[in-house]
Design a protein around this ligand. Structure first.
Ligand SMILES: Cc1cc2nc3c(=O)[nH]c(=O)nc-3n(C[C@H](O)[C@H](O)[C@H](O)COP(=O)(O)O)c2cc1C
Length: 200
């Protein structure tokens, strides 16, 4: 099948776009407002965009609280979602009013960053501390700004729980990262294999 997205007539029960662009890592964003309130929410429009410098990005569909806090304070954390945290990650996605602390809502422990004042999830196996580098409103083909806003941040510090390290590497069988698929589907990395790039 083929369909053009201007009419988006795929004829399927649900729009397949997010199932095609999957699996997506989940950026579980911890932030602090200029009023001192703390916030936590998952974003699967999230990824690393560069290694040197280490840059990550999350995209907010509308100006949500994580965007507001990151733009107010210039900081956020990105927490690694492992299998044992999936229900707490989901609980933290509730659409609660500004200022409601999702760490309390989800039963998680907030720790203050080493290099940023934004909170991170003490229970997470790995955490990126980030400082905002850019905020972009991505445009559509027509040049109209969309409802979305992308927050880019440079990773300034990294926490790793040494329990997930084996022989100097993060062991994915121990870290059990969760990815977002389409619809209401998620996956863990239950099968991990190596593939080496061709040598020319
Ligand atoms: C796994 C998962 C991924 C999500 N990804 C996004 C996303 O990429 N962008 C977005 O705007 N909302 C996303 N959401 C919804 C937000 O988490 C939700 O709207 C939340 O209330 C936003 O919180 P905040 O206003 O405190 O930032 C996602 C929810 C879940 C459960």
């Amino acid at each position: 099948m083929f369909y053009s997205t201007d009419e988006n007539r795929h004829g399927l029960a649900h729009d397949p776009f997010k199932a095609i662009v999957s699996p997506r890592p989940i950026g579980w964003i911890g932030s602090r407002g200029s009023d001192g309130s703390i916030n936590l929410a998952p974003y699967s429009f999230f990824n690393a965009v560069s290694d040197r410098p280490k840059l990550v990005m999350f995209s907010s569909s509308g100006r949500k609280h994580s965007f507001r806090n990151a733009s107010e304070t210039g900081e956020f954390t990105c927490n690694f979602v492992s299998r044992h945290l999936i229900d707490k990650m989901n609980a933290s996605s509730a659409a609660v009013p500004y200022g409601v602390d999702e760490f309390v809502l989800a039963g998680l422990t907030p720790s203050r960053g080493e290099l940023v004042a934004a909170p991170y999830v003490a229970e997470a196996f790995a955490v990126l501390e980030c400082k905002v580098t850019e905020i972009i409103e991505p445009k559509s083909l027509s040049g109209e700004p969309s409802e979305n806003v992308m927050v880019f941040g440079q990773v300034v510090g990294i926490h790793i729980d040494e329990a997930i390290l084996r022989e100097g590497r993060i062991d994915m069988a121990l870290a059990q990262p969760i990815a977002r698929l389409g619809y209401m589907d998620y996956s863990d990395s239950s099968e991990v294999f190596e593939l080496f790039r061709p040598k020319v």
